[in-house]
Design a protein around this ligand. Structure first.
Ligand code: HEC
Ligand code: HEC
Ligand code: HEC
Ligand code: HEC
Ligand code: HEC
Length: 670
């Protein structure tokens, strides 16, 4: 299966086994050799309980208690380290007992209070795992996991400059002179993280300004702000740990369950329990520790671990990677004929995956949290801490690959190779009647979700070029890159196609003609039969020609070196003379979820969206084919197609001063 192939590739050191030096095996001097048959009497809050999992710590063994709360288990005293039995069930802390021979033992589990405690302060992950000497911070023991997380987008979710730019509608990098030279307005703003007043360049409509609310951005980007309820904070309230560490350890590992029907983020879809039980010891802090994790046999009292299968499941990620939202713009509403639930599908990574072929075999974790086979366990027993023995304190050795890297490898980390694994481009070409006709097929081969996915600002641009002996051929028709590929201005009939007040001599105008609507197969209503081709909102634009502006007259009427294109077209894109990133109107194509603002602007940040006008992103394992025509000057022209990934649309990158940094996902030459 495709998914498994892809997932295996993500493993850093596939052939390597951890083989940690376990030190001596358990002290078996004078003890009866195993295996021992041990009968466990299990209670939860003093009452015998059936169906509770019991295991020998550090092994794969597992049995369930019977109706009397009894389980009989074979214990191998030869395992490395201490010999313990562990048990756990939902709603209770894991518990355990050391065993020194055959015979009955008791394990008494205790339920924790599920009330979320507003007085709890989230623990800090710590700044740098290697230097961390504070055992109150996670990085002190979880070195490898901390290092991975520290470089991940989760760590910077609350301090991310791009998020703050959108939140306040400002470009904090511009000074007053640069601001007034551009289209910005100098004015009051807030410094993220400190709340200090500053002056900054306002270039767009921020969240508070545009919606009158706070957009619930903090519920996912700064989930650890704290307070009476975790939800509903202003992103600018985030400071300290909540700001510096964004989506951090103690937030994710306090998620008890997920309710997909509730509002996205913390204290909605993610039920977070901040512990409220009294601490059994001052050394463990003010409240009894409580940590949800994937192991039954973590018994270190500092953790207060409680076994949770949720962490292995895609639903956990859906807490923040799925966002349906009402129209937030003040005074605007949603078109209920298009969106009967009253909500726009802003981020749909989870539902794309859920509807795709990798559900349930390959959850998000299998690709984005690849195995970390080089560690002995999640607390680096055997690798970073080679002298510690397995036991309650240091934990137990885990099979290589059981521990998952907390890197959340994604397309923005070039070294992850994620983009290259996601798409495949195939080019077919033939010469017919003096024209080179190429068809280009882009296939989603990697992820179990659409490409691109996630934040709707992401977009893919396909560029197709042809040449004979290195000389570029002139396009004569075929699909073009849509407006979001980048244009300083666009026109469509019945507007005049040759009036561009911002045009300068030397700029170029690319012309196209609409030949219908594209009936693509996209996500949600764009693919399930709800929308017809017209409602899918994507015109089929054919290339007509590219002209140069040779003069700009009164009111912006341009004189072109190819005036004949105007009458042959119904769409025109103005591109600056010296900008190689403005690709709209060129032979190629584009894939994106296109959000429209109240004024019709396309690719707006989601808090300004009033509609999703089109969504032709390519679903898992699906393909899309485009055609392109060029004037052939040789018998076998070379056709080159490249699929580019853009984290931001051209227009918003211009506005906020973001680098476009096009990255080739896949390319092919025929
Ligand atoms: C975005 C949520 C998230 C954040 C942030 C997070 N974790 Fe995890 N953690 C997970 C998930 C999910 C798993 C289970 C992965 C699996 O096994 O499928 C996990 C597993 C673990 C485990 C068990 C070992 C393993 O990998 O299976 C430990 C220990 C752990 N995390 C510690 C940490 C520490 C320490 C931090 C901060 C440096 C942290 N986590 C940050 C989600 C998170
Ligand atoms: C508490 C909310 C939350 C949870 C839970 C969460 N994420 Fe995220 N995730 C975010 C946010 C917010 C970002 C973007 C941060 C930014 O770039 O500003 C993000 C970013 C990412 C990225 C990086 C994408 C890129 O562009 O490089 C990946 C991959 C990812 N998450 C995967 C996961 C997986 C897998 C899970 C489940 C194990 C998960 N996340 C759970 C909030 C969350
Ligand atoms: C089979 C492997 C695989 C699975 C399963 C998978 N992903 Fe991905 N994911 C990828 C690849 C490859 C990319 C890079 C290409 C892309 O952007 O789509 C990616 C990209 C992403 C991005 C970054 C999008 C961007 O451009 O900013 C996010 C966020 C993400 N995945 C989250 C998830 C979540 C959440 C799930 C589970 C619901 C999931 N992924 C399941 C492989 C996978
Ligand atoms: C003093 C060392 C130490 C510190 C500090 C520490 N841990 Fe742990 N933690 C461990 C050990 C040891 C284990 C068990 C590892 C094993 O057996 O695989 C563990 C296990 C875990 C698990 C897995 C629990 C389970 O049942 O699956 C999670 C989750 C976890 N830690 C999260 C955290 C977080 C979050 C922090 C910071 C708030 C933290 N840890 C701080 C030592 C520590
Ligand atoms: C449901 C959770 C959720 C909410 C609510 C949310 N976001 Fe995000 N946001 C994410 C995730 C997850 C990503 C990363 C996805 C990816 O990389 O594709 C992200 C990414 C972004 C990015 C791109 C960051 C970058 O560095 O490229 C911006 C900008 C952003 N969000 C702004 C906002 C703003 C502003 C709000 C409030 C109006 C908001 N988000 C609300 C989950 C959320």
């Amino acid at each position: 299966m495709l998914g498994f192939v892809a997932c295996n590739v993500y493993v850093d050191h596939p052939g390597e086994t951890a083989a940690p030096e376990a030190g001596e095996t358990g002290d078996s001097g004078g003890v009866e050799p195993g295996p021992w048959t041990v009968q466990v009497h299990l209670t939860v809050d003093g009452v015998a309980e059936a169906g509770v999992a019991v295991m020998q710590a550090g092994t794969e063994s597992m049995v369930l208690t019977d109706d009397r709360g009894v389980a009989t288990i074979l214990v191998d005293p030869q395992v490395p380290g201490d010999v313990w039995l562990a048990a756990g069930t939902e709603g209770a802390w894991n518990g355990g007992v050391e065993v020194d021979g055959p015979g009955p033992v008791d394990i008494a589990l205790l339920r924790y209070d599920e009330t979320d405690n507003p007085d709890y302060t989230f623990a800090s992950p710590g700044a740098d795992a290697t230097a961390d000497t504070n055992s109150g911070e996670c990085g002190h023991c979880h070195l490898t996991i901390h290092r991975g997380w520290a470089d991940s987008p989760h760590r910077s979710a609350a301090s991310d400059p791009a998020v703050h730019a959108v939140y306040q509608g400002v470009d904090l990098a511009l000074d007053e002179a640069a601001c007034s030279a551009g289209a910005g307005e100098w004015g009051a703003a807030v410094t993220p993280g400190t709340g200090a007043a500053v002056e900054a360049c306002h270039v767009g409509s921020g969240v508070v300004e545009g919606t009158g609310g706070n957009g619930a951005c903090a519920d996912c980007h700064a989930p650890g702000i704290g307070g009476e309820t975790l939800a509903g904070h202003d992103l600018l309230e985030a400071s300290g740990v909540a700001y510096d560490y964004g989506v951090h350890c103690d937030v994710c590992h306090k998620v008890a369950s997920v309710d997909l029907e509730a509002e996205a983020g913390v204290a909605g879809r993610l039920r977070v329990i901040r512990p409220i039980d009294a601490s059994p010891s001052r050394l463990l802090g003010e409240f009894h520790p409580l940590m949800f994790g994937p192991y039954l046999d973590v018994l270190n009292p500092l953790m207060g671990a409680s076994f949770s299968e949720l962490l292995h499941e895609a639903e956990f990620c859906a807490g923040c990677h799925q966002l349906e939202q009402p129209v937030l713009v003040s005074g605007e509403g949603v078109d209920l004929s298009r969106w009967p639930t009253g909500r726009l599908p802003i981020q749909t990574t989870w539902s794309e995956w859920e509807a795709g072929p990798m559900n349930p075999a390959a959850p998000c974790q299998s690709c984005h949290m690849p195995p970390a086979p080089e560690v002995g366990n999640s607390a680096d027993l055997g690798n970073e801490f080679p002298t510690l023995l397995p036991g309650v304190g240091a934990g137990w050795l885990r099979p290589p690959g059981a521990v998952r890297a907390h890197t959340w490898v994604g397309p923005r980390d070039a070294s992850s190779g994620m983009l290259e694994l996601a798409a495949f481009v195939d080019v077919e070409a033939e010469v017919v009647g003096g024209e080179a006709v190429a068809s280009v097929t882009v296939t989603n081969v990697g992820p179990g979700h659409a490409i691109p996915t996630g934040e709707p600002l992401r977009n893919l641009v396909l560029r197709v070029e042809a040449s004979c002996d290195g000389v570029a051929l002139t396009a004569s028709g075929g699909d073009v890159v849509p407006a979001f590929g980048g244009a300083a201005d666009t026109r469509s009939a019945p507007e005049a196609l040759d009036v561009f007040p911002s045009a300068k001599v030397g700029d170029r105008v690319r012309f196209a003609v609409t030949t219908g609507m594209i009936d693509y197969h996209g996500a949600g209503p764009f693919g399930d039969g709800t929308f017809d081709a017209a409602e899918k909102g994507m015109s089929k634009l054919e290339f007509v020609g590219e002209a140069e502006v040779i003069a700009v007259g009164a009111a912006g009427t341009v004189t072109l070196d190819h005036p004949e294109y105007v009458s042959a077209s119904d769409a025109a894109f103005l591109v600056p003379a010296d900008d190689a990133t403005a690709l709209a109107g060129l032979p190629g194509f584009g894939f994106a979820k296109v959000l429209a603002g109240a004024d019709g602007e396309l690719m707006v940040p989601h808090h300004l969206a009033v509609d999703v006008v089109s969504d032709n992103r390519i679903l898992a394992t699906e393909s899309f084919t485009t055609t392109h025509r060029f004037v052939a000057t040789c018998a076998e022209p070379e056709v080159h197609a490249a699929l580019l990934y853009r984290a931001y649309p051209w227009s918003q990158a211009q506005r906020y001063g973001w680098a476009l940094d096009d990255r080739v996902m896949a390319e092919a030459t025929r």
